[in-house]
Design a protein around this ligand. Sequence first.
Ligand code: NAP
Ligand code: GLV
Length: 351
Amino acid sequence: MTAPTPQPHHVFVTRPIADSALRRLAQSARVDLWDDEAPPPRRDLVARIRGCDAVLTMVSDRIDAALLRQAPRLSVVSNLAVGLDNIDLDAATRAGVAVGHTPGVLTDTTAELALALMLAAARRVVEADRFVRAGRWRMWTPHLMLGRDLSGATLGIVGFGAIGQAVARRAAAFGMRVIYAAHRSTRTLAKPSRQRPAGEAGAAPAAVAVPFARLLAEADFISLNAPLTPETRGMIGRDEFRAMKRGAILINTARGAIVDQAALVEALRSGRIGGAALDVTATEPIAPDDPLLEFPNVVITPHIGSASFRTRQRMAELAVDNILDVFAGRRPRHCANPKVKLAPPSDRRRA
Ligand code: NAP
Ligand code: GLV
């Protein structure tokens, strides 16, 4: 009697990613690619992952308990992102589904965008470009398009993890004083009010831990770099804008829902804050009639924090590695729910 031929693993990939990563995945699995830049509608997502062992998702794909119930063979969700707010991690753990993500490889690229946005907002780069294109540049004048200096200003970072610290290193190189709001793991990184030594890339940045209220009161620029969690959702609201230094500039490269957008519009309208530069918004894409788009002192980019050629390639490779790890019987190398109990592949694939 001959042993049954093992079925190939079946993976649904919800958007085109780097070819080399897809080819590598296709050597170990049957790959079903959603070959469109627009996300699969919910009903297609449900239908396409029903018989899958793995799904490679984007931040805009919502993976919740209801969806997981309809995918009994699924053993891994691999998110092409470090953020995991689109995935119900507890439901995945309960369902025995490992969740992989792509931290680290995108840290510098996202920090570079945070600096780009900070400079753009401080020096009115986008507004100035629009001014020139509109044919309004008639002469040089001493008061044309005056902006704000980064050097000598205080940057307050909320979310002093990998990206927050990479932002801090860059800001220090621009001559900024950096403070950050301490949180669980960051408390062990630097004691409140203790100066850390400056260092080369990757070393602990020069920064001082302060209470959140003090950060709001002292920062000229505030950079949001925390994940979206029940704790951070709406954490920058009316009260926080009122507590900010008049004229402060808000930079958000984390998640839109960390900011109460109605309160942001109010703070901009009243002149309480000096501007905002946002790579992320509460609803993505932002509606064309959103009031935020009316402010000349607001810069908005379409969630491109990690969007460099090199980084997207690395993210795709890592997202594939996370899946192949599970096919080889291990947890993903970057596992977001390490307590997950993986069923032996043979058991799950009979389901
Ligand atoms: P990370 O290394 O895990 O850092 C996140 C930091 O935020 C941690 O130090 C965490 O502290 C801290 N934090 C959590 N809740 C907080 C709170 N309530 N107050 C203050 N700090 C808090 O993650 P990362 O790689 O830096 O990424 C951060 C986030 O950036 C991601 O979750 C993602 O949403 C976003 N992101 C966006 C883009 C983009 O395209 N715009 C690209 C990459 C990442 P504890 O460890 O103590 O919880
Ligand atoms: C992008 O938003 C990410 O979380 O990697």
